[in-house]
Design a protein around this ligand. Structure first.
Ligand SMILES: *[C@@H]1O[C@H](CO)[C@@H](O)[C@H](O)[C@H]1NC(C)=O
Ligand SMILES: *[C@@H]1O[C@H](CO)[C@@H](O)[C@H](O)[C@H]1NC(C)=O
Ligand SMILES: *[C@@H]1O[C@H](CO)[C@@H](O)[C@H](O)[C@H]1NC(C)=O
Ligand SMILES: *[C@@H]1O[C@H](CO)[C@@H](O)[C@H](O)[C@H]1NC(C)=O
Ligand SMILES: *[C@@H]1O[C@H](CO)[C@@H](O)[C@H](O)[C@H]1NC(C)=O
Ligand SMILES: *[C@@H]1O[C@H](CO)[C@@H](O)[C@H](O)[C@H]1NC(C)=O
Ligand SMILES: *[C@@H]1O[C@H](CO)[C@@H](O)[C@H](O)[C@H]1NC(C)=O
Length: 251
């Protein structure tokens, strides 16, 4: 029944290389097809729409246009939401805002658009909260076909408490999720200009346009020390930093 609409890895690979990415510029993984992302009554369009933070308090409804099915029926999926622009030590690092697993859809028809059903979120949705006066942060939503026997690798057991310094590529590799199995992506941007900045920020990522550029060069504490992601010392440090004050951190 689902044979005709099976999304082959080969087809996805060729699409990825020939179509424009729907993930944020600079995001390490691209997807061939857009995800429909709806915050309240606002359907995100175009990709990268600047959204008022107030609209992002509740998680969005997300609908992929395609799904990975096979002759045994529709499979499940893994959803990530990642901020690429978190200022740390003079550079910008990733922050995991949401990780949902065993995601299914309202319909089994793999070739029609249908809302995701999210019942398991090992890393619960965290509302965007970019720091006052910083450039807009980009938040990518990306959905992957979930491999058989998928589980979150043991080294990520504390991920919900260690969201800063996330490495999407490394996580996918560790979890056995092929980048080519992306089912769709989209992104939003959120900015907070409603207060007085208490610090300056590292420059915008080079992939951001001049219009989004930071006006001030970096004087961020610890500037010039590149962040190495993955070591347990770092995770411990980030955990401490996060606990020390979410407001000071900038999500
Ligand atoms: C969308 O939601 C906002 C705030 O919840 C509300 O003020 C507005 O009237 C809504 N617009 C439509 C077209 O429903
Ligand atoms: C699945 O959805 C597609 C697109 O909406 C539609 O053309 C097709 O008839 C549907 N198939 C089934 C079995 O419902
Ligand atoms: C902007 O950030 C300040 C300080 O964290 C916060 O009090 C305020 O609510 C934020 N405003 C918006 C619109 O997010
Ligand atoms: C999934 O796990 C079962 C039981 O451990 C094993 O028999 C099966 O081969 C695994 N399948 C895959 C695709 O790894
Ligand atoms: C993230 O992981 C990838 C794959 O292991 C690695 O190549 C890359 O350097 C890492 N990025 C950071 C910022 O550590
Ligand atoms: C962005 O800002 C940095 C300094 O903050 C500057 O060196 C760079 O030229 C700017 N890039 C663009 C495209 O304006
Ligand atoms: C910033 O760099 C310092 C020195 O390398 C390190 O001790 C600290 O953990 C880093 N902070 C973050 C949030 O990465």
């Amino acid at each position: 029944m689902f044979g005709k609409s099976f999304v082959s890895v080969g087809a996805l690979v060729s699409l990825v290389t020939t179509t424009s990415a729907q993930s944020a510029p600079g995001f390490p993984v691209s997807a061939s097809t857009p995800l429909t992302v709806v915050y309240g009554n606002n359907t995100v369009s175009p990709p990268g729409e600047l959204i008022p933070r107030g609209e992002t308090a509740q998680p969005p409804r997300i609908s992929p246009r395609t799904w990975a099915g096979d002759e045994n029926g529709a499979r499940s999926a893994v959803l990530l939401m990642v901020d690429l622009d978190v200022p740390r030590n003079g550079t910008r690092v990733q922050l995991l805002h949401w990780l949902a697993t065993d995601v299914t859809r309202a319909t089994a028809n793999s070739s029609s658009e249908s809302a995701l059903l999210i019942s398991s979120a090992p890393v619960p949705y965290l509302q965007p909260s970019p720091p006052v006066g910083d450039v807009p942060h980009s938040y990518t939503f990306i959905l992957f076909a979930q491999p058989a026997n998928f589980s979150i690798p043991a080294q990520y057991a504390e991920l919900a408490q260690n969201r800063v310094g996330f490495n999407t590529s490394q996580f996918l590799k560790d979890a056995g999720v092929a980048e080519s199995s992306a089912l769709g992506a989209n992104y939003i941007r959120v900015q907070n200009l409603t207060g007085t900045p208490t610090t300056t920020y590292p420059p915008a990522r080079p992939t951001q346009s001049a219009a989004q550029n930071s006006s001030a060069p970096s004087a961020f504490p610890g500037a010039g020390q590149p962040l190495q992601v993955g070591g347990s010392a770092l995770w411990a440090g980030l955990s401490t930093a996060l606990l020390a004050g979410v407001a000071a951190v900038g999500l």
